[in-house]
Design a protein around this ligand. Structure first.
Ligand SMILES: Cc1ncc(COP(=O)(O)O)c(C=O)c1O
Length: 373
């Protein structure tokens, strides 16, 4: 039998979560964020699971090819635009909408002889990562960019001209969107926005916490995968989470059992010393599978159908578990690391990671199964 570490993708729950997320802003169209291989769920599962989304937002041309190959004929958005001029031709062939977040991309698009399907101008509204920062631009620079955007407006083939977006850094914080959305509005004026041009602001947290920003298009990611953006979700996000379902299960089996006495150490080093005689379950999963090495003793884990606790440090291929709560455990007993009974956020909290990291961190050696719709 092969090694039992398995990632099970619950594709039907992606679909159900999309329905719940749509209820948060039923007038907005949804770019379902499927970058990073559908947040680690596999781009194919994400495409199938989100078949009712209005568009898919991704990062790489390769993922866009895959989406088209799988029959996705609705909009696709390159969230960071093209990475070089040559990609514009591929973007044209695949009919991709794309972000422009810097002047180089703007020049490439102006010089491009082919068709541009849909261009989203990204504004830096305070996150200081990608986007045009109109706050620090000289008047001359503002004029140059506005003039170039106007030229671009005449070049795009979609009807309503340019499109505009920004990304919020702290949307789950009280008033976290207020200053950025003010900066965004001012930037629109500076860059000669034309009323009627489409706008996209909200990520998952903004969708819940700042509904006034749920404009023409919203861009949820992590909520579609049943999880929050932070490990301390506020009460509004907690409430939404209750309506969402887990979209993946990381599981394995017990492959070894040790009976130890009081005051013995378990695993590498001396991180864990037993308080009494216990049975220790050894499960076939480790940091080389994406189970976080930073998970502490006490991290919950399901053995059979009983919640137990991780003990000792996570090693490359194995973890160790106090089996006190599950006296019947034996070789082959199933273990759920996260999923239906132990939520990803519990593991994220116990390991000081985010659910994004857990989902995108499961490695290629873990066998994948998909439970389709
Ligand atoms: C530009 C952009 N929009 C939307 C999202 C989705 O964010 P979230 O997963 O927090 O909903 C991301 C994710 O990082 C992003 O980079």
């Amino acid at each position: 039998m092969s090694r039992p570490a398995t990632l099970t993708i619950l594709q039907q729950n992606l679909t159900k979560n999309l329905v719940q997320v749509r209820n948060l802003s039923d007038k907005s169209r949804i770019w379902a964020c499927v970058k990073a291989g559908g947040y680690g769920h596999g781009i194919d599962s994400a495409i199938r699971g989100f078949s009712e989304a209005d568009g898919l937002a991704l990062l790489e041309i390769e993922e866009a090819y895959e989406a088209r190959h799988l029959g996705w004929n609705k909009p696709l958005l390159l969230l960071e635009g093209v990475f070089n001029e040559r990609e514009l031709e591929e973007a044209e062939n695949l009919k991709l909408e794309m972000v422009i977040h810097n002047e180089d991309q703007l020049d490439w698009c102006l010089n491009f002889k082919g068709h541009l399907t849909g261009i989203w101008i990204k504004i830096n509204s305070g996150m200081n990562r990608l986007g045009f920062n109109t706050q620090t631009m000289s008047k001359n620079k503002l004029k140059k960019i506005s003039d170039n955007l106007n030229l671009l407006r005449k070049k795009v083939i979609n009807k309503n001209g340019l499109r505009w977006l920004t990304h919020f850094a702290s949307a789950d914080q009280p008033n976290g969107c207020q200053i950025p959305s003010n900066i965004f509005q001012i930037s629109l004026e500076h860059l000669n926005y034309i009323p009627g041009e489409l706008i996209s602001l909200s990520n998952s947290s903004a969708l819940v916490c700042s509904p006034e920003n749920n404009s023409d298009w919203v861009r949820p990611g992590i909520l579609l995968y049943g999880s929050p953006s932070s490990n301390k979700p506020n009460s509004e996000i907690e409430k939404v989470l209750k309506s969402l379902l887990p979209t993946q299960t990381l599981s394995t089996e017990i492959v070894g059992i040790q009976s130890i006495r009081k005051n013995e150490y378990v695993g590498y080093g001396t991180a864990y010393k037993s308080n009494s005689s216990i049975r220790v379950g050894v499960a076939a999963i480790g940091y080389a599978d994406g189970y976080p090495r930073s998970a502490q003793s006490g991290t919950p884990i399901l053995v059979g159908n009983k919640k137990c606790n991780l003990i000792g440090v996570v090693s490359m291929d194995l973890i160790t578990i106090d089996l006190t709560n599950c006296p019947d455990a034996k070789i082959g007993t199933p273990v759920e690391c996260w999923g239906n009974s132990v939520s990803a956020i519990e593991i994220a909290q116990a390991s000081n990671r985010l659910c994004y990291e857990l989902f995108t961190g499961v490695t290629a050696r873990v066998r994948r199964t998909i439970i389709a719709t």
